[in-house]
Unconditional design. Structure first.
Length: 401
């Protein structure tokens, strides 16, 4: 949202523990958990060793000395904007089939979270049907890599109400490579995403699967995007047009806009401590992906430091429930989702996590919902939900819609 889903869960040491939450044009992935979009990307960069040998004309470097990790936070800036996309999709990967389908559509990518991530929305049509995808890319400033997460509808593996396992990687020499391991038709496979042929006016994205540990790869998705002039006003402002109303899909509409945030946080949950601290700042929420998801940002300060979080919330029309994903600015990692719905003017969401190595149940409650204020409470349970201890109480008052 990415939590009130706009926050991080506190550990007993007073640190914040995340609850669990790319489209360079149309990087749709065939699919895992915080949120509400179709495609997500997180990127971290690895430090590398340098050699004493140098290319002619270049300065020599000392062997064995680690170079400073390169800052890759802007590596996806090339994808920001509006694109016309042409997608070729293998209909039956890893089956021996060579049947492909073509799609044509548009992709909109914009910066989020102060440039530490980007969000892409792709929609395309073809003889084989309709495709929609949401991509979330988040940068890890510690590892200097990106994590890419996706949600999609109509692809090889549709995951419209959950994020996929993130592909993780980096750019080198103008080419981005990202990898993960996931299940496909019950079998464990490797997934590779590649961005190449990057210019100011065009991009190529390719996805491939491997079922032999990466010795051979079968390409199943090729997207070639060309830049179009301008970007729709709602995308430029970070607000996506709403789709048709579905039961439960409007549950978070009350929260759209900008809010003053006051957070009352228990420093040491489930320890018997009554030591609380306070944070003050702002929170924003906007709809994305035609109203099937929304994206939130939280930034607050207090005596214990600075907290920034991103929440992504995805709606499941079949179960009429929401999944809330959360990521912190510390590492850009998406946590496990909280799942629930609104009823009787109150929203309740539940999930599982660990606290100091022990499993706990987690509960979010949205209450006191009005046009100018609402309340969010997080609680932990160490006894399977028999008793709950609140550890995060957030009060919000509206600044603007």
């Amino acid at each position: 949202e990415v939590a009130q889903a706009h926050w991080r869960r506190p550990t007993r040491q007073g640190r914040n523990m995340p609850s669990r939450i790319a489209c360079a044009g149309s990087d749709i992935r065939a699919g895992h958990r915080l949120a509400t979009f179709a495609c997500v990307t997180l990127a971290m960069w690895m430090s590398h060793r340098v050699s004493i040998s140098a290319e002619p004309g270049s300065a020599p470097v000392v062997s064995g000395v680690s170079a400073a990790p390169r800052d890759g936070q802007h590596d996806f800036d090339f994808s920001i904007g509006a694109w016309r996309t042409h997608i070729s999709r293998r209909l039956h990967p890893l089956s021996g089939s060579d049947d492909w389908a073509d799609y044509v559509g548009t992709s909109i990518v914009r910066k989020i979270w102060g440039g530490r991530g980007s969000l892409g929305e792709t929609e395309a049509e073809g003889p084989a049907g309709h495709l929609e995808a949401l991509s979330l890319r988040l940068y890890n400033p510690q590892s200097h890599q990106w994590n890419l997460s996706y949600a999609s509808a109509g692809g090889t593996t549709s995951t419209p109400s959950a994020l996929t396992v993130p592909t993780i990687g980096e750019f080198k020499n103008g080419r981005g490579e990202f990898f993960d391991t996931e299940l496909y038709n019950g079998r464990s496979i490797l997934v590779r995403n590649v961005w190449s042929d990057i210019s100011a006016s065009s991009i190529r994205f390719e996805q491939a699967f491997s079922e032999d540990g990466g010795r051979t790869w079968e390409v199943n998705w090729i997207a070639v995007d060309t830049r179009t002039d301008g970007i729709r006003a709602e995308e430029a402002s970070g607000v996506s047009a709403q789709g048709p109303s579905l039961d439960g899909q409007r549950g978070f509409d009350f929260e759209f806009g900008t809010w003053n945030a006051h957070i009352h946080r228990l420093r040491h949950p489930l320890s018997g401590s009554r030591d609380w601290t306070d944070y003050y700042g702002t929170s924003t929420l906007a709809p994305v992906w035609n109203g099937r998801a929304n994206l939130g940002e939280l930034e607050v300060d207090g005596p214990d430091g600075h907290i920034e979080g991103l929440s992504l919330r995805l709606y499941n029309p079949k179960s009429r429930s929401w999944s809330i994903y959360w990521a912190s600015s510390r590492d850009g990692a998406v946590g496990t989702p909280m799942i629930g719905r609104f009823a009787g003017g109150q929203g309740e969401f539940y999930g599982e996590d660990t606290l100091d190595g022990s499993p706990v149940f987690v509960r979010f409650i949205f209450s006191g919902i009005g046009s100018v204020s609402y309340r969010l409470e997080q609680a932990f349970s160490a006894d399977g939900g028999k008793t709950w201890e609140p550890n995060w109480i957030a009060s919000f008052t509206r600044l603007q819609r």
